[in-house]
Ligand binder design. Sequence first.
Ligand SMILES: *Cc1c(COP(=O)(O)O)cnc(C)c1O
Length: 429
Amino acid sequence: MKYDFYNSMGYDPRAVSFVEAAQEDIKGVLNAIEEQAEFNQARVLKAFNDLQVSDRHFLPSTGYGYGDDGRETLDKLYAKVFECEDALVRTQWASGTHVLSDSLFALLRPGDTLLSITGRPYDTLNDVIGTSSSQDDQGSLLDWGINYQEVPLTDDGEINLETIKEILLKKQIKLIFIQRSRGYNWRPSLKVQDIRKAIETIKKISPNTMILVDNCYGEFTESAEPSAFGADLAVGSLIKNPGGGIAPTGAYATGTKKAVELLASRLTSPGLGREVGSYSYGYVQIYQGLFMAPHIVGQSLKGVTLAGSVFKRLGYTVTPSPEDTRSDIIQSIKFNSGEELIDFCQAVQASSPVDSHVVPYPWEMPGYEHKVIMAAGTFIQGSSIELSADAPIKEPYIAYLQGGLTFTHMKLALMNVLTVMMRKGYIKL
Ligand SMILES: *Cc1c(COP(=O)(O)O)cnc(C)c1O
């Protein structure tokens, strides 16, 4: 019956059995991901219990939002789950880029130096730092007299601790930037243990150097977060992992009391800091999203692992490999041409629950240097914890596939995508 229905949906039977075979190959990996999700669920459950989260925390607030119990408890909840001194969770942040920008401006002053130790940061940060090709004065760090330096990852994709040590011994670095996830780069994501080692090394040589982690896409992929190991700030978007697919907007920051305080002054204003900010929509989805996040991230990890397995079997170069342990929810797949890349993304869009009839094309997205195609047939606009695929149109032709609220959705989407790719002549099954 199932297969007849798949047939009626237009899935080629060869595509269906190919995906099922690729799933057989990774049974052990899928089990390990379930174990991980269970442990993270326990960590989140305990935090909810410890803070006695209750109905009243979900209520809306208005105006200044003084004494907003829902907002304040949410901050405490994130601080507990992320095992650090303090946190801010705010719907006033429009995106991950926004909280990253605020964090940079909060911690840096004119004359300071920012050092990125994971190579060039995520595309949208170029305009923030002042490294983009656009020369307009938009108030970037550079415009404010803040210097920027970067150390690329080693050829093996590791943090180059030797070079960083040399720099720290020679000059005063105010802030070090670490990007956990791969972003739009053909590089591995960093493990929390690697970040921990880097933080310990840096703090030993230069205790006053602060550390900012771009934690986007990494949350709940491992059993601890970078903020548990001394990152001054680790920040991310609520429409990725920690929003569990339910949070409608916003971002979070976790870290030390001091750094979070500075960030709060930047978010609203000096003097007001964290004490203001209302949300007349109510907080239930942000709480429920955090509660769901370990499970949803697990589903997403299982889904992208299956995608990796499928495309590896087809002979494409993929990273990570299906058997690798993951520390973000992205599967990179290298295609043979720009056309194939676009067809892939369009097939992902056609497999979505929302706007499956809409065809995405590459466009000049604000903040990105190349044209980008984005498949995102999502409930929350642009949410990438939901099934989505992005690709800058440049060589090498790499699609970044991520999310999937349910493993089964990703599985069905892969059947559809393979059917399309067969029909277009890219693959033979
Ligand atoms: C998504 C992401 C960001 C922020 O992007 P927004 O779209 O502004 O939320 C930053 N860094 C990385 C690595 C990301 O994946």
